[in-house]
Design a protein around this ligand. Structure first.
Ligand code: NDP
Length: 323
């Protein structure tokens, strides 16, 4: 489509509430820039906004990350000029154009294309926050990673392995297991049944230091049962639905367990921490520790199909929407 367009929602519901609408991109105000987007990254959170699990105000344009080339700069913007390639985390990126604050736009090194950046920025910063900020991972520790070949998982696994951790992965199919091994998992459990027993076998009865759990409702109990004494349950997602309430006594029963429910945005509130995370992420990409693995590309106008794909659990790596 050549006309500027965006995806708008006027109500919560299934993928069909994602409507394609023409729009006139907002002119950049002071301190802002307008970007001609090359891609918007698809994230599970977009489906939570659509279904109402995370409430939003209507009309609503979904999308939490994007990348492209600066088209126009507003008054007072000196560090960006038209043509510069940038990536950003911001609300409303399911659009051909995006206008937002220049200070939150991250200039891209030449080695990273805007499509790759849109594929990895949010997911890669999430992996960074989990490994470096929430609880700094130590070499020699053993961790459990759920959904290891998904958007976040496919960055978390190689990054953790590169830090010297032993990664045990849990996934649903043999094909995904093979991919998890290629990403750096030393052991892979296939299927969600009896995961904790298998983890005990693999760790000589000890359990893992940390479980990074993005699956949520159906995995929480197995995560808790997989931990060593004083191990960490890092529950960071709800792919199978939100986790049922867990009373503090359950953590005592497991042996002084620690539970945290991190969200990326707590760790990138100021420009300094955003830049610090992004530069570690970009150097991990440039050095080959991480790869921008775009498993699926959809035209932005087919965002509904992309939502169906990620919700069916059949995607691997990242999914991008291309205007
Ligand atoms: P993924 O690409 O990982 O897709 C979800 C994966 O979860 C599936 O591929 C599947 O992997 C697994 N899964 C298990 N049960 C289900 C189910 N019932 N329906 C669908 N998938 C299921 O998604 P993302 O990487 O984009 O996000 C993963 C999770 O992390 C989401 O819940 C997301 O909201 C969360 N997240 C949290 C952030 C935070 O700040 N806390 C930031 C970014 C993401 P398999 O077949 O291998 O089991």
């Amino acid at each position: 489509m050549t006309q500027p367009y965006r995806i708008q929602m006027h109500e919560t519901g299934g993928p069909d509430v994602l409507q394609v609408e023409d729009f006139i991109p907002r002119k950049p105000g002071p301190g802002e820039v307008t970007v001609r987007q090359s891609a918007a990254g698809l994230n599970f959170i977009d489906t939570y906004h659509r279904t109402g699990l995370y409430p939003v105000r209507f009309p609503f344009t979904p999308g939490q990350e994007g990348a492209g080339a600066v088209q126009e700069v507003g008054e007072g913007v000196t560090h960006l000029k038209p043509g510069d390639k940038v990536a950003y985390l911001a609300s409303g990126t399911y659009a051909s154009h995006f206008t937002g604050p220049a200070e939150r736009m991250i200039p891209l090194p030449d080695s990273i294309t805007p499509q790759d950046a849109a594929a990895v920025l949010l997911k890669g910063l999430t992996a960074w926050a989990l490994l470096f900020e929430v609880r700094p991972l130590q070499a020699g520790e053993t961790i459990l990673v759920w959904a290891p070949v998904g958007g976040v998982g496919s960055l978390l696994v190689p990054w953790a392995a590169s830090l010297g951790a032993r990664v045990i992965a849990v996934t649903s199919t043999e094909a995904k297991a093979e991919k998890a091994r290629a990403l750096g998992a030393s052991d892979v459990i296939i299927g969600y049944e009896g995961v904790a027993d298998k983890v005990r076998e693999l760790t000589g009865g000890r359990g893992v230091d940390v479980s990074y759990d993005s699956v949520g409702r159906i995995s929480a109990e197995e995560s808790l049962n997989s931990l060593r004494t004083a191990g960490w349950f890092v529950t960071y997602g709800n792919a199978s639905g939100p986790v049922e309430p867990i009373p503090p006594g359950r953590l005592a029963q497991g042996g002084s367990l620690v539970m945290t429910r991190p969200t990326l945005f707590s760790f990138i509130q100021d420009a300094e921490s955003l830049t610090r995370g992004a530069s570690l992420l970009f150097s991990a990409l440039s050095s080959g520790i991480l790869k921008a693995d775009i498993g699926q590309r959809f035209p932005l106008s087919e965002a509904a199909k992309a939502h169906e794909a990620i919700e069916s659990g059949t995607t691997t790596g990242a999914t991008v929407l291309v205007p």
